[in-house]
Design a protein around this ligand. Structure first.
Ligand code: F6P
Length: 372
């Protein structure tokens, strides 16, 4: 427990890849904190605004006070008014040594020291699994932290949903709908690659809602022969086209995720899974096939009303939790309430699609091929 009467100023940062809903979180947290008489410092670009002062200027400071005006009219806006980055993780900060080798150092102690110099009494860290690991380390160093779960991938444990997921699924489902009509016109097979990293939530939800014929998830390594069989069946039945949704983390049985590249200190970049499936279909069945990669379009744009509401609830709950003297937790959606769980329970604990869940059963009942 912390003594909430000691809180005079909190800081907010957004880290990792962006997700629709960051701005409503910032707005709700800021207004709730101001209402308690606390000041709010916004940190720019993850923690760069504090750790890398040379990148900022008087015109564009690395950190600044958020007032009512700063958060006005931002609820419907995608992105984040604070900026974000998935480089410069303070837990594994890349530093070039004299011999040219890159060394990863823990800069969290410096970060906490800098936050203290700014008279910050507590931090609201908005981010995904990487950000929650940083939040946990910061809390161990004595700075009270509340984590707020963000990611379009929906892969954080203990929360039914992360904000950004609904917007990504809505976009992906719309894309699948659009591909249906052109697939039909041309008698083609359309492969759609969606994001989600090592979890298949976006693929599963958008695939079922968009009535895909095949959905490939990272959780179910696929047998390409099963996929080909399903596509062939569709053509044999005279349906003349096919829709295949592939999660970027999907992998063939006995194979690996498709990786585009890896930079020291950053997560590996996934990509190519859809193209691989499309090539197999076109080469082995002689069916005209196209692959569309939805990529960052899934992360852009205005949050859906579901994500706006969830974000506003998370932002306000984070401040209420601190005001109750509770810290070092992440707020979670545990319907009908927003509750909280210890940061230590969240980290290194990815939420994958359970293979026995009713959504997977629904896909099977509908005759969707899951590649197994
Ligand atoms: O974690 C969110 C996410 O959008 C993943 O779905 C995707 O693999 C990754 O981020 C892409 O990250 P980047 O911003 O580095 O391209």
């Amino acid at each position: 427990m912390i003594d909430p009467s000691k809180i005079k100023r909190i800081a907010i940062n957004t880290g990792g890849g962006d997700a629709p809903g960051l701005n409503p979180v910032i707005r709700a947290a800021t207004l709730s904190a101001l209402d308690k008489g606390w000041e709010v410092v916004g940190i720019r670009d993850g923690f760069n605004g504090v750790l890398e002062p040379s990148l900022y200027s008087e015109d564009r400071p690395g950190h600044f006070l958020l007032d009512r005006k700063a958060v006005r009219g931002i609820t419907h806006l995608g992105g984040t008014i604070l900026g974000t980055t998935n480089r410069g993780n303070p837990l594994a900060y890349p530093v070039t040594r004299d011999d040219g080798e890159i060394e990863l150092v823990d800069r969290c102690p410096v970060l906490v020291e800098e936050l203290r110099k700014l008279k910050v009494d507590a931090l609201l860290a908005i981010g995904g699994d990487g950000s929650m690991k940083i939040a946990q380390r910061i809390s161990e160093l004595g700075m009270p932290v509340i984590g707020i779960p963000k990611t379009i991938d929906n892969d954080l444990k203990h929360t039914v949903a992360t904000f950004g997921f609904d917007t990504a699924v809505t976009f992906a489902c719309d894309a699948v709908d659009r591909l249906h009509s052109t697939a039909h016109s041309h008698g083609r097979t359309m492969v759609v690659e969606v994001m989600g990293r090592y979890a298949g939530w976006i693929a599963l939800h958008a695939g079922i809602a968009g009535t895909a014929d095949v959905i490939l998830l990272p959780e179910i390594p696929y047998d390409i022969d099963k996929v080909l069989e399903k596509v062939q069946q569709r053509y044999d039945r005279g349906l003349g086209f096919c829709i295949v949704v592939v999660a970027e983390g999907a992998k063939p049985k006995g194979g690996h995720h498709s990786v585009i590249g890896k930079i020291v200190g950053q997560a590996e970049r996934l990509g190519g899974a859809g193209e691989m499936v499309a090539r197999a279909i076109s080469d082995q069945l002689g069916v005209e096939t196209r692959c569309t990669v939805l990529g960052h379009l899934q992360r852009g744009g205005s949050p859906t009303s579901y994500d706006r509401l969830l974000s506003l609830r998370f932002g306000s709950a984070a401040v209420r939790t601190l005001a109750e003297g509770i810290a070092n937790v992440m707020v979670v959606l545990d319907p009908p309430e927003v509750k909280h769980v210890g940061l230590d329970e969240v980290i290194d604990n990815m939420k994958l699609v359970p293979l026995d869940c009713d959504t997977v059963k629904t896909a099977r009942d509908l005759g969707v091929c899951l590649g197994d």
